[in-house]
Design a protein around this ligand. Structure first.
Ligand SMILES: Cc1cc2nc3c(=O)[nH]c(=O)nc-3n(C[C@H](O)[C@H](O)[C@H](O)COP(=O)(O)O)c2cc1C
Length: 228
């Protein structure tokens, strides 16, 4: 008797760093979050899934302020778009299955560059799972809440209960380093950095990832319900 092995389904996760500041720590924090997820996957793989990651640094996209004459939700993708930069962005997000949004907070809101990048598209986001990791002096929780309204409400993406982790800079020194875009020394030794800074939050990030992983393995109709 021959046994057939079902190959794992490939699921592609976008790790989106939302900062567009010329000096920025967002990509470092995104890499830190990714490293924790990758480490968790080594000991707790998601059954039936081959997980791949793509880093997206909004600050490197060089998207202009939204300049399409169409409304994305009413447009065929990607041909309905007027500009090549929109088509390129559309193809990139279409190819991904779920997202970890890593964002700072600007005056208690979502950084404008991230909101701009999100608003360029609609169908490319719709229905896909997401979680949020925010950071700031007090954790960037206002930005995370605003982002959850945009993603879960406006774009009808699929969130999870308690779908955000808010990382507070542990000291004024780290805050000032972040403002200057200095190396926060989160990588390559994520564990060492966690000892110094967010050791009490790494498990929260792993749990956040695991909640999203449940959505990736749940049939579509079940995905509509928030995961507790
Ligand atoms: C326009 C602007 C507004 C900011 N507003 C806040 C804020 O509301 N709360 C906060 O904790 N930090 C705030 N910050 C500080 C950021 O948390 C800090 O600069 C952080 O490094 C930004 O992330 P980035 O380096 O990835 O851009 C603000 C920074 C800028 C540039």
């Amino acid at each position: 008797m021959t046994t057939t092995t079902i190959p794992p389904k490939t699921v592609r996760i976008g790790i989106i760093s939302g900062s567009t500041r010329v000096v920025r720590v967002g990509p470092q924090i995104a890499a830190f979050v990714r490293s924790l997820i990758e480490k968790d996957l080594k000991t707790s793989p998601v059954e039936g899934l081959q997980i791949e990651f793509e880093d997206i640094d909004v600050g490197s996209l060089n998207l202009p302020l939204f300049d399409e004459p169409i409304i994305p939700s009413h447009t065929d993708i990607p041909d309905g778009y007027t500009h090549e930069h929109t088509r390129t962005w559309s193809r990139r997000i279409s190819a991904l299955d779920a997202f970890v949004f890593v964002t700072s907070q600007h005056n208690w809101g979502v950084p404008a560059g991230l909101k701009n990048a999100i608003d360029y598209l609609y169908k490319e986001w719709k229905g896909k799972p997401y979680v949020v990791v925010s950071y700031g002096g007090h954790g960037g929780g206002h930005a995370a809440k605003a982002l959850e309204v945009i993603l879960g409400g406006g774009l009808k993406m699929r969130g999870v209960d308690g779908g955000a982790v808010n990382l507070s800079f542990p000291s004024c020194d780290v805050l000032h380093k972040s403002i200057r875009g200095d190396d926060l020394r989160l990588l390559p030794s994520a564990e060492a950095a966690a000892e110094e800074t967010w050791s009490d939050r790494t498990e929260d990030i792993v749990q956040l990832w695991r909640k999203m992983a449940v959505l990736l393995t749940t049939p579509v109709e079940e995905k509509q319900k928030p995961v507790a």
